[in-house]
Design a protein around this ligand. Sequence first.
Ligand SMILES: [Zn+2]
Length: 335
Amino acid sequence: MYGPGDVRVENVPDPTLQQPTDALVRVVRSCVCGSDLHPYHSMPASAEGRPMGHEFIGVVEETGSAVSAVKAGDFVIAPFAFFDNTCEFCREGRTTNCLHGGFFSTAQAEAVRVPQADGTLVPAPVGEDSALLPSLLTLSDVLITGHHAAVTAGVSARTSVTVVGDGAVGLLAVLAAKRLGAEQIVLMGRHKTRTDLGREFGATDVVAERGEEGIAKVRELTGGHGTHTVLECVGHLPASEQAYGVVRAGGVISRVGVPQYEDAPTGMGTLWGRNVTLTGGPGAQRPYIEELLPDVLEGRIEPGKVFDRTVDLDGVPDGYRDMDAREALKVLVRP
Ligand SMILES: [Zn+2]
């Protein structure tokens, strides 16, 4: 990506092993993320450009001498962050805060160098032609991110839920909330084909209105008080304000949309006065993949339904344009 709206497909040197803990993974499927659209709008124009992509599944081609948990030929899921899975934060399940970790940024490509391969890569017993590939790819980001929103908000059978945002993460936050037992799930979104999929994933109510009108509608659906939990899956300040408006007193807001702001209100009229807890963050926690993988493999959930368009590498610039124009919900990349 060279600047707003400027995505080019180029040949670059193949990645190589650099550390004994690295693996090389040939990408079988990647995709374009809603968070990739933030720089697509606002990155400063750059002569060098920057590589893009942080979601991928693929086959291990080569491993460094210190790698023992995966081997050449293994089909693997890579979360959007890499981590050793052994440091004190990883042992607490907070793998995105690994002391030796970082985030992938070159996955819209044919191959990726994976640091900390033993900790990062999760093997999956499937072939490259598996019909499950789209759903497995959601374990790289959008499903585990939606699940992180639901888990950190404390969603359970006893909590009502509002999901703000009808992008892939929002829709899979609905799926995750349903999976955790929530009975009332209000989805705030205004694109009917998306909210229809949200209903299929478990949304009980859809609110298309925004701002004060949207807040009033959610309150009307919840006895005037709002929901116990709010999963904010957008990242822009208006979505955050929407969350403040629909959370019940004593409730929890979890933000998983990458925030495009640093300052937001937390005072008397918003969080403090109503005893509201704010949580959330990056959701690439390895335990989530291990928890959700059996549900995908055994067909209990089908998160891959969020992909509504497939492109090859040359089609990636079109994929960005279509997602940005809301003509595609989520674009699968097949290198
Ligand atoms: Zn770690």
